[in-house]
Design a protein around this ligand. Structure first.
Ligand code: HEM
Ligand code: HEM
Length: 244
């Protein structure tokens, strides 16, 4: 069998790609609200998933003695609820920002309304399906990613609403008000099931999200991964705004 030759990406890139690469300039794409809410959601979601999995299926709690001396489940639930407050505030802030913030962070990044965005959505799909070698250059989210983020925000809202319904069940505070949500899910058990299954959908999204962020950063060489920290991507100089 002939030996397989492995080339570095730079060696197989056509000549003009290097010129294109030279012309990239740092462009501010993610403002502070987008970055802070992104990382608040990431950190709170890690805490929520770990504590949530424990609430659903407690492990290592076969300790003896009075419950007050351990209170493990109590603390785990408290952590889950603090995480839930951060998560819900971050999600609602980001959704509000999509309507009152600058255009580049706006709802048009998620809903493909312009002809160009629809066309780029298809070519991005072709890139992921290995039909095209390069994805279309975009200032903000690529249109396919943006569309999926819209669905992901829908899942965030499902987590918040089912979480509030569950919280209302044995609450003694004004949070009891949310009990009107319970019939929507056929009771607490239905809410619990949806809350649990949606968590796994979100975990599935995160795996593919981090993979495609790494993939696009490597293929486009535009600093996508770092951009969620710094706010800047490296983009061609005269790239028009995404919804133009
Ligand atoms: C991405 C975010 C979240 C994840 C991954 C998550 C995960 C989970 C999981 C796995 C459970 C256990 C369900 C089971 O298997 O029985 C749970 C329970 C619960 N979650 Fe969440 N959750 C999230 C967000 C929230 C939010 C935003 C709220 C409140 C608004 C919330 C409130 C609750 C409540 C009240 C329970 C039931 C606690 C109990 O039965 O003692 N969660 N969560
Ligand atoms: C719990 C884990 C994560 C979740 C739920 C998540 C979710 C999201 C969402 C919803 C967006 C859209 C942001 C907006 O417009 O407000 C986004 C964008 C982005 N995230 Fe994450 N993320 C996670 C982890 C990460 C990690 C670990 C990285 C790695 C550095 C990362 C890098 C990015 C980048 C670079 C973008 C913008 C990419 C683009 O152009 O579409 N994310 N993420």
């Amino acid at each position: 069998m002939a030996p397989v030759e492995i080339h570095r990406a730079e060696e197989v890139m056509p000549e003009e790609a290097h010129h294109e690469h030279d012309a990239l300039v740092p462009t501010y794409v993610w403002d502070l609200v987008v970055r802070i809410t992104h990382w608040a959601i990431v950190l709170s979601m890690i805490l929520l998933a770990i504590t949530g999995i424990y609430i659903g299926n407690p492990w290592g709690s076969s300790s003896s003695g009075p419950a007050g001396a351990h209170f493990v489940m109590g603390w785990v639930r408290v952590l889950h609820f603090y995480g839930a407050i951060v998560f819900a505030l971050a999600v609602l802030s980001r959704i509000t920002w999509a309507f009152i913030g600058p255009r580049r962070s706006g709802w048009r990044q998620f809903v493909p309304t312009s002809r160009r965005r629809l066309r780029d959505m298809i070519s991005t799909f072709q890139f992921y399906s290995l039909i095209r070698t390069k994805p279309p250059a975009c200032k903000g989210h690529n249109p396919l990613a943006g569309f999926f983020y819209m669905l992901v925000f829908g899942l965030y809202l499902v987590m918040i609403v089912t979480g509030l319904a569950l919280y209302s069940v044995d609450s003694f505070s004004h949070m009891r008000w949310f009990q009107w949500l319970l019939p929507l899910f056929h009771g607490a058990q239905g809410a619990r099931l949806i809350h649990h299954v949606t968590m796994w959908l979100l975990i599935g999204f995160v795996v593919q999200h981090v993979y495609s962020a790494m993939l696009t950063a490597r293929v486009e060489k535009n600093g996508t991964m770092d951009s969620m920290f710094s706010g800047y991507k490296f983009l061609p100089k005269d790239l028009p705004d995404d919804d133009e």
